[in-house]
Design a protein around this ligand. Structure first.
Ligand code: F6P
Length: 402
């Protein structure tokens, strides 16, 4: 079997390492021996904080340039040795931003084909979150958060000055990472691993997603829709029960909507979890009922019979006056899910959503007829556990409180 080098390409904080890990994991699941050689890890180990200083990345800084090239060469040597000792696919994880760097790699790694995998991410919300996340890494210990941010942004700006898009290289795959979409490619047909890598790049991977609905609110008891109510005592007890149920389970990210009931449900779970990142996404806000926000279902039936009739006739397609339909909700929820999955990468995540939002989220994993979507049962004392990788498909509803 022919061996393959894969070299990641992309500016910092674009999701390269997450994609590199997915490629490694996906290949290993197929019985293919894959390993990652990461320039950043090597740089940190060799040079420590010297290389945190953004000037290290200034293309005019000879010492920085030479140090980075030396690290790249050492990783190439290691990758070649590893393939020589029985490995199948060596993944070189670094920015590999300039054409000159990539030309050097093609010239050096000439014993097996070399495929460049470019990772692009132009979503401003994700970029912002990824950049902030980077500034919390140990590399920036001792920096204030403002200084860390300024330093990392400066580093990115130096990379931007040398970044060349792919074009001259022999084989490449360019991926819109949050969308799991291939933007362009020059297929590496000589490699038997190319189709698998392509497949891994476009498939949505969910290692572990818990989908929870917020706990009970006063509005729920009354049959009132929308608004921003807080949890009842029962709702708080549900939130506590959820936190107890999840004790000892690693959760990398918790996403909420911007609504109080969603935050309050997540709060007990987030207490004592310093390593969990919490983020509110407006995309997970409940179906917007427009003119009917805050009304009782009975008031709508009596005072706005057209709305009730419209929903009865086509609950999925009907939009509240000045509000949304399920069909409209699907678009933004899908955008939110994409963002959440991208940010969480390989770590487990939990989403605290709402009735209609969770109905839509479920159908992004499990195909349902549109007319059935608005009637899916979304209890407040159970959650959905979702796991979707090429080897594992799990979709279960699990009670967390009797
Ligand atoms: O009743 C709670 C709620 O989340 C409302 O805020 C929302 O309008 C409704 O559920 C969505 O469910 P349905 O489409 O069945 O009215």
């Amino acid at each position: 079997m022919r061996k393959l080098y894969v070299a990641m390409v992309g500016l910092p904080a674009r999701g390269k390492s997450t994609l590199a890990r997915r490629i490694r994991e996906g290949l290993i699941a197929e019985g293919i021996k894959a390993a990652i050689f990461n320039n950043g890890d090597r740089r940190r180990a060799l040079l420590g904080t010297e290389s945190t200083n953004p000037d290290f990345y200034n293309p005019d800084n000879k010492r920085g340039r030479e140090a980075r090239e030396m690290i790249c060469r050492r990783n190439m040597d290691d990758a070649r040795d590893w393939l020589g000792k029985g490995g199948d696919v060596a993944i070189l994880d670094a920015t590999n931003a300039s054409r000159a760097r990539r030309a050097l790699m093609e010239a050096t790694l000439n014993d097996h084909p070399l495929l460049f995998v470019e990772c692009l991410n132009e979503d401003p919300v994700l970029l912002d979150a990824c950049i902030k996340q980077k500034t919390t890494l140990p590399e920036y210990a001792g920096y204030s958060s403002e200084d860390a941010l300024a330093s990392f942004l400066k580093r990115i700006s130096y990379y931007e000055t040398i970044y060349d898009p792919l074009g001259k290289e022999k084989f490449w795959l360019s991926v819109d990472a949050p969308a799991n979409r291939i933007l362009s490619e020059r297929p590496c047909e000589v490699s038997p691993y190319y189709p698998a890598i392509r497949e891994i790049a476009v498939n949505v991977w969910v290692h572990s997603l818990c989908l929870v609905r917020h706990g009970q609110t006063e509005f729920n008891i009354q049959g009132r829709i929308g608004g921003d109510p807080s949890l009842t005592d029962k709702g708080r007890a549900q939130a506590e029960a959820l936190a107890r149920h999840m004790l000892g389970r690693k959760i990398g990210w918790v996403f909420t909507s911007t609504r109080l009931r969603s935050h309050q449900t997540a709060a007990p779970l987030l207490a004592d979890r310093p390593d969990t990142t919490a983020m509110a996404l407006q995309e997970f806000d409940e179906l917007w009922a427009g003119d009917c926000e805050g009304m009782l279902y009975s008031e709508i039936r009596e005072n706005m019979p057209d709305v009730t009739a419209g929903r009865n006739a086509d609950k999925y397609g009907y939009a509240y006056p000045n509000g949304e339909s399920y069909a409209m909700l699907r678009e933004r929820v899908q955008r939110g899910l994409r963002r959440a999955l991208f940010l969480a990468g390989n770590s487990p995540l939990l989403i605290v959503g709402h009735q209609a939002v969770n109905r839509v989220l479920i159908t992004l994993f499990l195909r349902q007829r549109e007319e059935d979507v608005p009637y899916i049962f979304i209890p407040q004392n159970q959650y959905f556990q979702i796991s979707l990788t090429p080897r594992r498909k799990i979709f279960e509803r699990i009670p967390y409180q009797e």
